[in-house]
Design a binder for this molecule. Structure first.
Ligand SMILES: Cc1cc2nc3c(=O)[nH]c(=O)nc-3n(C[C@H](O)[C@H](O)[C@H](O)COP(=O)(O)OP(=O)(O)OC[C@H]3O[C@@H](n4cnc5c(N)ncnc54)[C@H](O)[C@@H]3O)c2cc1C
Length: 416
């Protein structure tokens, strides 16, 4: 960096996205303060399924999905549920979601997802090496299994998008699935392995280790709540927090689902909605898996973690403030028993988190056009662990003023 005084950057939100931004900016020589109202990574980045999938390029909204919406209202323990009392509030988001699910949009969205998620391992590598935690990254593939071949055929567009993005899919019959993962019940007719995908075996541990490495290299962490910003004619001057003003030259909003209210202060009304998801982690499962597995009809993931086996997934639209409905986590457990027979379910923890979702499944990665010095990096939805490292890389490039290593136009805040 050329300037004599190091440029200071405040990163608002110490989830995995903010942490990766902070690490990349620090590597480039900025003076970085990571801010969170809580200890780092205690929100959505705490309990995700750990999936790291460069081949994750299909958006959540796919053509024909509108037909399923009535069903989503009925079963509050089903894989997709909209709380009746929340429907009116969710309607504007759902409308945009359905518009973005048209075939014409899906191909473009998929290309954008490929540009963000494709380099996930390469972008994560320098950060996990700095932190000495490369062993947490398992590049062992992901296994997708179907009870019925017919259902797998229905997912043809997803497979095509993945193939178009260069991802490898190795198709398997029932016997090959059994050979690959003997712990799975013999109920799966067909499936495929994505050998270039993988997982992190401790997402919270990884986030903590990255923060430790950031602090050891001179980064600062401040536990305080961000309320607003201060500006002069040159742009942002400070972040206003519950414990006073923090002077800064630049600020990045990485506050996950809570970015919506922070952006409102800057005049941006954005369609960010929480896809509430749940996990149960079995600490003494008595079974082992070699791959992260997706029983696709059940719409959850099963991940071999360092602390046990985690079953995570499902989508619930009920807003940010409603208390968790842990009957949904228990339903995951019931379903998992059928897939992993005899699994030990005595020592179980349960959790709920808020996936920050835009209707087109893409995050916002952009600079603020009406307030100089403010940047945005949030809304990574179901793929925040995958997309965090490349987001950190391009946010650093944006702030350094070099041309970003991917096309950022699909990620603009003004697209809605
Ligand atoms: C069940 C489930 C399974 C998932 N599985 C996967 C997976 O396998 N792979 C994958 O890639 N993704 C997965 N995800 C998604 C992923 O976890 C999220 O996309 C990601 O964690 C979002 O990270 P974030 O940093 O944007 O947000 P968060 O982790 O929510 O961090 C935001 C931070 O901002 C802080 N904050 C908010 N407001 C303020 C304020 N005013 N002042 C100060 N601090 C503030 C919060 O305290 C929080 O720490 C899953 C999610 C769920 C729920």
């Amino acid at each position: 960096m050329n300037s004599e005084r190091k440029i200071s950057v405040a990163v608002i939100g110490a989830g995995i996205v903010g942490i990766c931004c902070a690490c990349y900016l620090q590597r480039s020589g900025f003076r970085v303060t990571l801010i969170d109202r809580d200890e780092p990574a205690l929100q959505t980045s705490f309990g995700n399924a750990g999936g790291l999938s460069p081949g994750s390029v299909a958006p959540i909204g796919m053509p024909g999905m509108w037909k399923q919406i009535p069903g989503w209202l009925l079963d509050d323990t089903g894989p997709l549920y909209i709380k009746g009392s929340y429907l009116v509030k969710a309607l504007p988001w759902l409308t945009q979601f359905l518009l973005q699910s048209r075939s014409a949009r899906v191909a473009d969205i998929s290309k954008a997802l490929a540009s963000l998620n494709g380099p996930c391992f390469e972008a994560l590598q320098p950060l996990v090496e700095d932190a000495g935690i490369s062993h947490m990254i398992k590049r062992s593939g992901q296994l997708f299994v179907y009870r019925s071949r017919k259902h797998m055929q229905k997912d043809a567009l997803t497979h095509q998008l993945r193939g178009d993005a260069g991802a490898r899919l190795e198709y398997l019959d029932a016997a090959e699935i059994r050979d690959l993962e003997p712990a799975l019940a013999p109920i799966f007719e067909s499936g495929y392995l994505m050998p270039d995908n993988g997982h992190c075996d401790d997402p919270y541990g990884m986030a903590q280790a990255l923060v430790r490495s950031f602090l050891e290299r001179g980064g600062r962490f401040q536990k305080t709540e961000v309320a607003d910003f201060g500006f002069d004619e040159d742009g942002v001057t400070c972040v206003k927090t519950s414990t006073g003003d923090l002077q800064t030259d630049r600020a990045i909003i990485c506050a996950g689902i809570w970015s919506k209210s922070i952006c409102a202060k800057l005049g941006w009304n954005i369609p960010l909605e929480s896809h509430r998801g749940y996990h149960v982690t079995l600490e003494d499962p008595g079974a082992s898996l070699k791959h992260m597995c997706f029983p696709v009809e059940d719409k959850f993931a099963i991940t071999p973690m360092s602390m046990g086996i985690r079953i995570a997934g499902t989508v619930e639209l009920a807003g940010v403030d409603a208390p968790p409905n842990y009957a949904r986590a228990q339903a995951l457990l019931v379903a998992a028993r059928k897939i992993l027979p005899g699994i030990g379910t005595e020592k179980v923890t349960q959790w709920m988190g808020h996936r920050p979702c835009f209707p087109d499944s893409l995050p916002v990665i952009d600079r603020c056009s009406n307030h100089k010095g403010i940047f945005f990096a949030f809304g990574h939805g179901h793929q925040g662990l995958v997309g965090a490292s490349q987001t950190g890389k391009v946010v650093d490039e944006m702030i350094r003023g070099v041309s970003p290593s991917m096309d950022l136009r699909p990620f603009s805040i003004g697209r809605f």
